[in-house]
Design a protein around this ligand. Structure first.
Ligand SMILES: Cc1cc2nc3c(=O)[nH]c(=O)nc-3n(C[C@H](O)[C@H](O)[C@H](O)COP(=O)(O)OP(=O)(O)OC[C@H]3O[C@@H](n4cnc5c(N)ncnc54)[C@H](O)[C@@H]3O)c2cc1C
Length: 455
């Protein structure tokens, strides 16, 4: 019997546990289907295992630290993207909490990392003059290495105060009077409060829980596109000043919004496995010796469906599966080849002056991506070429497909509480957040509500 059970040890779960453990005497347990941080290991070693082998529990997405554990650790402090937490808790409160999370990250190992800001940037005007919009934000870049150290330190602190159950999949949650019963394979645990923070990888399970408890949900959008890789010099005037910039372009042809996402200066392109589907992502390191000669970022177009087809996730999964079928995983294509309507082959890729940081299959993205999305991406590359000449070079590499899945929106109130008193759904699993900072802030917020409440 616990006071509070937290399901999922991603940023949402960790920050809930941190706040509760450091500011109350409540008895807390965290259930996590992945492993503890030091035991998380992706089998891809580049020699014997070169591509994803679909482990039953993916070590990149699951375990202490959640999906963000090996990420670039970019904590964006803004209401302009990364989630809609502000719609529930107010703009000011959301920013306060993201700043608070930043303080904790600095306290536990992030000291010395740089915070970038768009405020006063001359790039804003240059963007506007070229039909582009730069979204306002501050970003703390921890880097993959420091992000890991922060998680290690938080775990060292928390393991003394909280009961962690790793390799423990929560199968179902039931309500019984004012208590929550949390079922795992071997045992059932009970708590007065239950906080569910299962992230993107827990989306299908979250759907089942909502169905069984009759909690309303609404389908969310999906973002589809490519990851662009260019020599770092081309974007250095932008990344040196802002590190991560979210730039939006409205296409002339379809009036769709295309946006940059997850900019990784001097970083690497990586694969990502979501429920067995291989997509592309990127990250970069804070440590000088690990930096590469390239910068990468995603260009994404949002899609949402209503009638008769509602499942935007299924749509994006089908596109990703198509690219997996054609390329055996991720496809890479030179921009020049795409523009000339021909596939990139080994020979053309070898002659590219931009050297790929990911061993992807050279191919033809136009066979996998819908025309509307591809046209939007191409238009945006030319628009970016005006503020960063060289972006539209023939040797610019495009990896596909990149998909940003969003969980369905779960019906929660201004406390992020469901219609059941004491059952909270937070982080990316709730559809409310889509980022490290928002997910972490949602955890602190719920912990505050629980501490405030008289028991
Ligand atoms: C490669 C990569 C790079 C990224 N880079 C950035 C970045 O730089 N900046 C940024 O803002 N965001 C980034 N993100 C997104 C960010 O990681 C997520 O937004 C964030 O981790 C969400 O936190 P969360 O706690 O809601 O969920 P998650 O981090 O997904 O954690 C959920 C946890 O719940 C566990 N779980 C799921 N189901 C169950 C169950 N039934 N029982 C028990 N445990 C369960 C999972 O194993 C997981 O560990 C990146 C994501 C990836 C994959």
């Amino acid at each position: 019997m616990y006071d509070v059970i937290i399901v999922g040890a991603g940023p949402g779960g960790i920050f809930t546990a941190y706040e509760l453990a450091t500011k109350s005497n409540l008895k807390i347990a965290v259930f996590e289907k992945g492993k503890e941080l030091s035991k998380r290991k992706c089998p891809i070693d580049g020699k014997n295992i070169k591509t994803c082998i679909n482990c039953p529990i993916c070590s990149i997405m699951n375990g202490f630290g959640g999906a963000g554990a090996f990420s670039d650790g970019k904590y964006n402090i803004t209401n302009n993207f990364g989630g809609t937490l502000y719609e529930y808790i107010g703009r000011e409160k959301a920013i306060d909490l993201m700043n608070y999370v930043d303080e904790i990250n600095l306290k536990y190992g992030g000291k010395g990392t740089k915070k970038y800001s768009t405020s006063g940037s001359s790039l804003k005007k240059i963007c506007m003059q070229n039909k582009l919009q730069l979204l306002d934000a501050e970003v703390r870049h921890l880097g993959t290495d420091k992000n890991y150290i922060v998680l290690e330190n938080l775990y060292d602190l928390l393991k003394e105060k909280v009961d962690f159950y790793f390799d423990t999949d929560v199968i179902k949650i039931e309500t019984e009077k004012d208590l929550y019963k949390v079922y795992t394979k071997d045992k059932t645990y009970t708590a007065k409060k239950c906080i569910v923070s299962v992230g993107r990888s827990g989306s299908k399970w979250m759907e089942e829980v909502c169905k069984s408890l009759d909690i309303k949900t609404r389908s969310n959008r999906v973002d589809i596109g490519v990851r662009v890789e260019i020599p770092a010099e081309i974007f250095s005037h932008i990344t040196d000043e802002l590190y991560e910039s979210k730039i939006v372009y409205r296409t002339e042809k379809f009036e769709d919004n295309v946006r940059t996402f997850c900019m990784c200066p001097k970083g690497v392109v990586v694969t990502e496995n979501t429920n067995g589907i291989i997509t592309v992502n990127g990250h970069s390191f804070d440590e000088e010796s690990k930096k590469t000669e390239n910068t990468n970022f995603a260009l994404l177009v949002s899609k949402r469906f209503s009638e008769p087809f509602k499942d935007s996730t299924e749509y994006a999964e089908s596109i990703a599966k198509l690219s997996n079928m054609l390329g055996g995983g991720v496809i890479v294509q030179r921009f020049g080849d795409l523009e000339r309507g021909r596939r990139t082959n080994e020979k053309r890729l070898k002659s590219s002056t931009t050297r790929p940081t990911l061993a992807a299959t050279p191919g033809d993205l136009s066979l996998a991506l819908p025309k509307r999305i591809l046209d939007g991406v191409i238009e945006m590359i030319y628009a970016l070429d005006k503020i960063a000449p060289g972006t539209a070079n023939d040797d610019t590499l495009l990896y596909g497909v990149e998909v940003k899945f969003y969980n369905m929106d779960v019906e929660v109130d201004e406390n992020l509480e469901t219609k059941y008193k004491g059952l909270y759904i937070i982080g990316d699993g709730s559809g409310v957040t889509h980022s490290l900072s928002h997910a972490s802030a949602s955890g602190v917020y719920v912990a505050e509500r629980i501490i405030e409440e008289r028991w």
